[in-house]
Design a protein around this ligand. Structure first.
Ligand code: ADP
Ligand code: SF4
Length: 689
């Protein structure tokens, strides 16, 4: 197939200073949780993007010197010769597929506490660490400024040696250079503070240093915020003001502008709050100021939106982090005239949890992310079947759907049986909750792929018993029957459940809510799961007009949501809706009129009005079918299946990404020789000087 001519514009080569990108698909810098710690994992991950057609593939933020150390958040680094070798792995692979490699040099300032290196952080002034570590920066004197410029210049030279084509000056997201820009933070009285001209001075000098050092062969890009720089931002804040003046000074200096806004929670907004292309109102003025090419992001997955952004002169390059994680082959699929095969990002930000937790990035939609090198998984290719075996997958939630899809792709004869009429399991149900509609893409992509496979048969409205399963006579049986939410309060804070929820109290679980059984009267949402379900249900129940109190044993609302950037937005949303939030309290009892909750620290008990309680605590794996089949096999039957396995929530309830991964892993490993002692290659830092 050939591509639709409407998208030709996306495939035009584009000059960036001394280099040329083969097309307009630009993977902007994004964290991977691997950085300098796992160089081979990283090179494998970046390679598939280049192979998938991205014209430019960048690193994550890359520290120029040990005084910019962000551990436990894993960045890249270009401190020494070992780093040059490590990056060389990536640039070589990226070049092999005809893409340009970019590196985002970064100077930490007050954002980086240097916990590992114990260097004193340098700041525009002496200020507290913005990540709330109890370390202040040293206010930079002239010598520090000279040294910082030298470190950045040397890192650019090392970047050149490592084979990069594009080098960044990173002047946003609250790192050092953006703090120099800020009127509020930069209270210096020397030539680096005060007027706009003075506050952009260091950035201007660093752009000029970089150009002078490597600009003959490398493009110099600047990452900059289109609205307020140096802290404080947000949607609804369309005030370019001084930022516009800064652009007018710097506009023609770099070879490319990488434009975003300084509020991460909007820039990489969850689909729960932020739609595709939402940065446009903030960035649309940039091209009227500079003649240099502009790239920006917007969780773009629709080629029509992409082409429209370019045709309307908003950007020159389609920037992507998450869409390139969910589908590294997005450009190739558009080029090959099959955009319907794109595995669209769902905007859940599970990928971002890798950064906060310091582990390799994972993706809900793309189970192969970070597994390219260590498990040899490719996002598009998979080994052909290892036998003529016939497989039965029971349950068509994310685990079962992905398992059947990947087995089908391998060429196995696969049967997928689902109890209900509609496929999708938990994503079908959860996508109907407020703000979670895009999660349905997990199901849509897989159903759409399965429908093309003649070797995968789908049986809807087929609730199977152990007898049914065995009668089918499949060689391998996979149970993907999911989990159900607990109604007994069992969870982290109550390891034996909550016994004293009296008979008058109306108890609900998220399953009830998703089935349309709703609370009445004043309602407590008891969130002992700490992710999105508690706040989403609070929002839903409040929207029905009921008084709602969210009670959680954690010190914060949606604690784990902090890793996906959900926590703060969810809290703001609930407060705006008038939901009462009570943290650090456990639920003790309820008599149908009042509930008792106790402080996790003092034990002090308080009573609140409450008729209904929604328990969001833990789930029970639905593995009764698995146990029943095992029971039958144990009694000795003819033609017993060769294997029977649980996957997804039925094995161990977890996030949707884990269910998809589990289904994929099963399909990859069937009939494969897996070394159970060493199932994956162990990446480590070791590069001789
Ligand atoms: P996961 O997240 O692990 O994919 P889900 O809960 O999303 O799990 O999906 C499980 C699916 O399994 C649901 O769609 C459910 O209807 C289906 N299911 C459960 N038990 C049976 C059964 N006995 N026969 C067929 N389908 C079943
Ligand atoms: Fe998109 Fe979620 Fe994958 Fe991140 S984890 S790329 S947000 S689908």
């Amino acid at each position: 197939m050939t591509r639709d001519p409407r998208y030709d514009i996306l495939f035009e080569p584009m000059k960036i200073g001394p280099v040329t990108a083969k097309n307009r698909f630009y993977q902007v810098p994004h964290c991977t949780g691997s950085g300098w710690l796992r160089p081979r994992t990283l090179a494998g991950l970046r390679e598939v993007k280049a192979e998938g057609g991205w014209g430019v593939v960048c690193t994550e933020y890359c520290s120029v010197h040990p005084s910019s150390d962000d551990l436990p958040y894993v960045s890249a680094s270009l401190w020494d010769k070992g780093d040059i070798k490590a990056h060389g792995l990536m640039t070589e692979k990226v070049h092999a597929h005809g893409a340009l490699a970019g590196v985002e040099l970064c100077i930490g300032g007050a954002r980086m506490p240097n916990l590992a290196t114990r260097e004193v952080a340098l700041g525009v002034v002496s200020q507290p660490n913005t990540e709330r570590n109890p370390f202040q920066t040293r206010a930079m004197d002239k010598e520090d400024i000279r040294e910082t410029r030298r470190w950045h210049r040397n890192a650019a030279l090392r970047a050149k040696e490592a084979g990069f084509d594009i080098v960044y000056v990173y002047a946003t997201h609250d790192y050092l250079l953006s703090q120099f820009l800020s009127k509020t933070i930069n209270t210096r009285t020397d030539e680096y503070g005060g007027s706009v001209e003075n506050r952009v001075r260091l950035i201007r000098e660093i752009i000029e240093d970089t150009k002078e050092a490597v600009g003959d062969t490398m493009a110099v890009a600047v990452r900059f915020s289109a609205e307020t720089n140096g802290g404080g931002a947000g949607d609804g804040n369309l005030m370019p003001g001084e930022t516009r003046e800064m652009f007018e000074i710097l506009g023609e200096l770099p070879d490319l502008w990488d434009i975003n806004i300084s509020d991460y929670s909007y820039e990489m907004g969850l689909s729960r709050y932020v739609q595709e292309g939402s940065l446009e109102p903030y960035i649309s003025y940039i091209k009227s100021i500079t003649s240099k090419p502009v790239v920006s992001v917007g969780r773009f997955t629709s080629p029509d939106t992409m082409a429209s952004q370019i045709k309307r002169g908003i950007v020159d390059f389609i920037g992507a982090a998450r869409p390139s994680i969910a589908d590294p082959f997005l450009p190739r699929k558009i080029e090959e005239g099959r955009p319907e095969d794109i595995r669209e990002c769902i905007g859940c930000n599970i990928c971002y949890t890798g950064d906060g937790k310091g582990v390799p990035v994972r993706c809900t939609q793309n189970p192969t992310m970070s597994e390219e090198w260590r498990r040899g998984w490719h996002p598009e290719k998979i080994d052909v079947r290892g036998s003529e075996a016939k497989i039965l997958v029971v349950g068509a939630g994310p685990a079962g759907l992905e398992c059947a899809r990947a087995l089908g792709q391998r060429g196995y004869r696969t049967m997928l049986a689902e109890a209900t009429r509609e496929l999708g399991g938990r994503v079908l149900r959860e996508a109907k909750l407020p703000g979670l509609a895009e999660w349905g893409r997990v199901r849509d992509y897989r159903i759409q792929q399965i429908e093309k496979m003649s070797n995968v048969e789908v049986f809807r409205e087929s609730k199977l018993t152990a007898e049914d399963v065995l009668e089918i006579g499949a060689d391998h049986i996979v149970l993907a029957t999911g989990s159900s939410w607990r109604a007994d309060g069992y969870g982290n804070a109550n390891r034996t459940g909550i016994a004293s929820l009296g008979p008058q109290a109306q108890i609900f679980t998220p399953d009830d809510i998703m089935s349309g059984r709703l609370p009445t009267g004043p309602t407590i949402i008891f969130d002992d799961e700490h992710y999105y379900m508690g706040t989403v249900i609070a929002e839903l129940v409040r929207a029905k007009g009921l008084p709602v109190t969210l009670v959680t044993p954690s010190d914060v609302v949606s604690e784990w949501g902090g890793y996906t950037y959900d926590r703060w937005r969810a809290k703001t949303q609930l407060l705006k809706l008038g939901v009462t939030l009570i943290t650090a309290h456990n639920l003790m009892s309820c008599d149908g009129n009042k509930a008792s909750i106790s402080c996790e620290y003092s034990g002090q008990v308080q009573e609140i009005e409450c008729q209904s309680i929604v328990l969001v605590t833990a789930r029970i794996p639905k593995d009764a079918l698995y146990q029943a089949i095992l029971g039958k096999i144990d009694t000795g039957i003819e033609n017993a299946p060769k294997s029977i396995k649980r996957i997804g929530d039925c094995e161990a309830p977890a996030i949707i990404a884990s269910a998809v991964y589990s289904g994929h892993k099963y399909a990859r490993e069937l009939d494969a020789n897996i070394d159970r002692d060493n199932p994956l290659k162990h990446d480590r830092v070791y590069f001789e000087e």
